[in-house]
Design a protein around this ligand. Structure first.
Ligand SMILES: NC(=O)c1ccc[n+]([C@@H]2O[C@H](COP(=O)([O-])OP(=O)(O)OC[C@H]3O[C@@H](n4cnc5c(N)ncnc54)[C@H](O)[C@@H]3O)[C@@H](O)[C@H]2O)c1
Length: 457
């Protein structure tokens, strides 16, 4: 992949080529990180032409190198008394706009390159919200699947025993991501509180409602992605009313993307997990799906038997085979490839909005864009989660607890602003309707200006 892309950068600004070549040379074993960097850099040439001061100040080189990377051992015992050793990570990527902010992912695929890709994306996403937060990300190669509550608790306590010294409401504020939901945030917060001997609510977001959490945080990423898609469509005189929607994944982002799409009148006909997908032409029964996934921690394969009717499960199939007008990839990185994109185009998809981080491969993005499909990159479309985390921090700082309606209205306002910032930047740089360029340029300019103002640090 990298050879094609280094060659493909021939027409770009020399600073773009130099920065990318440096990343390839220094981090040859981090393909996801390289992919995320390339996806941003290849849109920035017009910005650098307008702002030679960014090049002069080495902004690209500095942006591609995390401010701090923490890698640590996480020892824990399973229920049978056996010792396990996992690896923990926290990458504090860029703090120019505020305390590092970004989730923790617990999944066997997590390594330093994956955490760096997510942290890099997070810098621009957080900048796009217009709020005061820097970019960071963390996690572990621990696999919570099949582990008991007690095992997850012991793992989280061990993880936080090292991480706590690097965190703080003014320093670094993690949240959830794949494999880290309300249960894990609870165990992590408890251990932080014990070690720090402080009630510091703003140190973690995604907390329980009774102890500092915010309403709408659970729903925010999925709701936000749909609100973004809706605004893209509205700008072109269309809406979600009566439209067929397909969602991938069935975790936090997927479930609430499906919920908001239904609330706006769409028919959500399919969702998936790593084993396959379910198709329900009548529209997914979300109460049942939440019971299976959130309460029982089961698989989507269990859905058809309990739903009855014509719902069916397709083992191992790609959910993107299902015809739809709006596609919402909400599972994981690189889950929608060029072949999937061609299937979506054949079925006349109108818009793709990424609920997950980098779920669409670069080749698939090209296929969609060449076919004229509206495409919203994750760093814009899924920014509602982190934005609501900041709303949670605001409530913590003021010792307040806002209503669902008020918080959701704030989320809607923020998503409209994120959309409009992307739209405005794309137009300003001569590429109207290009949300990838718009998101990268708008996020980059905000961080770059802050870095310039703060000197060489
Ligand atoms: N939770 C948030 O607030 C948030 C915010 C921004 C972005 N994201 C991103 O959204 C994505 C999903 O995160 P989440 O919080 O919903 O995690 P989650 O653990 O709740 O859900 C992940 C889902 O993806 C499914 N999945 C994993 N690999 C798959 C594959 N190869 N094919 C199909 N399904 C697969 C899992 O079965 C699960 O249903 C990730 O990319 C994450 O980085 C999450």
């Amino acid at each position: 992949m990298s050879d094609v892309h280094v060659t493909g950068l021939a027409d770009h600004h020399p600073a773009v080529r130099a920065a990318y070549e440096r990343v390839v040379r220094r981090d040859p074993d981090q393909p996801e990180f390289r992919q995320a960097v390339l996806e941003v850099l290849e849109t920035l040439s017009p910005v650098l032409v307008q702002h030679p001061e960014y090049v002069e100040a080495g902004i690209l080189e500095r942006l591609c190198e995390p401010e701090r990377q923490i890698v640590f051992r996480v020892p824990w015992r399973d229920d049978r008394g056996r010792v396990h050793v996992n690896r923990g990570f926290r990458v504090e990527f860029n703090g120019a706009l505020g305390p590092y902010k970004g989730g923790l992912r617990f999944h066997p695929s997590v390594d330093l390159g994956v955490v760096k890709f997510l942290g890099f994306e997070q810098i621009f996403k957080n900048a796009l919200t217009g709020m005061s937060i820097g970019g960071g990300k963390g996690g572990s190669d621990f696999d919570p699947k099949g582990r008991s509550d007690a095992e997850v608790e012991r793992f989280c306590q061990s993880f936080m025993t090292e991480l706590f010294r690097h965190l703080g409401e003014h320093t670094d504020v993690p949240a959830g991501d794949i494999g880290v939901g309300g249960r894990e945030i609870g165990y992590l917060f408890g251990q932080y509180r014990r070690l720090a001997n402080r009630w510091e609510a703003g140190v973690l977001t995604g907390k329980g409602l009774e102890w500092g959490g915010s309403r709408v945080r659970t729903e925010a990423t999925g709701y936000g992605a749909v609100l973004f898609a809706q605004r893209m469509l509205e700008r072109r005189g269309r809406s979600l009313e009566g439209v067929r929607v397909v969602v991938s994944g069935s975790g936090n982002v997927a479930l609430y993307a499906a919920e908001k799409a239904q609330q706006l009148g769409a028919v959500v006909v399919a969702c998936s997990d790593s084993g396959g997908y379910v198709l329900d032409e009548k529209g997914l029964d979300l109460d049942l799906l939440k019971q299976i996934k959130e309460v029982e921690r089961g698989r989507v394969a269990d859905y058809p038997a309990r739903r009855g009717g014509a719902a069916r499960y397709v083992a191992g199939g790609s959910v993107w085979e299902v015809p739809c007008t709006v596609a919402l990839p909400c599972a994981t990185q690189n889950e929608l490839d060029a072949e999937d994109a061609r299937a979506l185009v054949r079925n006349e998809v109108a818009a793709v909005a990424e609920g997950a981080n980098m779920p669409t491969t670069p080749e698939a993005v090209r296929v969609l864009r060449e076919a004229g499909v509206l495409f919203a990159p994750g760093k814009a479309a899924n920014a509602g989660g982190v934005a609501t985390s900041v709303l949670e921090m605001r409530q913590n700082a003021r010792r307040e607890s806002w209503s669902f309606e008020y918080t959701e209205a704030e989320l809607a306002r923020i998503m409209a602003d994120v959309h409009d910032r992307c739209e405005e930047a794309a137009e300003r740089h001569g590429a109207p309707g290009d949300y990838v360029l718009g998101a990268n340029a708008a996020g980059f300019e905000r961080v770059a200006d802050a870095m310039l103002a703060q000197g060489l640090v």
